[in-house]
Design a protein around this ligand. Sequence first.
Ligand code: S3P
Length: 172
Amino acid sequence: MLISLIGYMGSGKSTIGKELAEKLNFKFIDFDKYIENSENKTIVEIFKNGGEIKFRKIERNYLLKILGEETNSVIAMGGGTPVYYDNIEKINQYSASFYLRMTPTELYKRLLKEKNKRPLIARIENENLTEFIGKHLFERRNYYEKSKFKIDIKNKNVKQISEEIIQNLQRT
Ligand code: S3P
């Protein structure tokens, strides 16, 4: 069984994924790291060398590979993964997908500290960041909402969110 975690940058996909994988005795895969290790380049370098379009093609290829090959794993997807090609349909076909839903204000608080690691927001001025996230999330929301399960994560800790995910899985 595969579980995929979906959501905007900074929504805690990796932190929650690690906890969830531990609880289920599954393998944890951070999809960004998987791409970096496979390409032997950081995401920032891939963006720098080929731009976002090149990155999305690479991301798509590894998505199909990982969905076809892995089992008993929790995969923390990249924030943009479900938005391109028919990636969300493939994700839903091969995994139980969970959208970790969070508000732009909460995301802003988390992302401010780690802006530089994220090529899509690195050059946005701090005073424009909330608006950028709001608009970006509005554009992406329809794809995120196609996930099989949606979890509102505001004011919940990692443990509570992992338990909620497991409860949802048990109900199906
Ligand atoms: C992206 C999110 C990043 C990474 C890349 C693009 C996006 O992943 O895949 O920088 O388009 O939202 P995280 O959501 O893990 O930061």
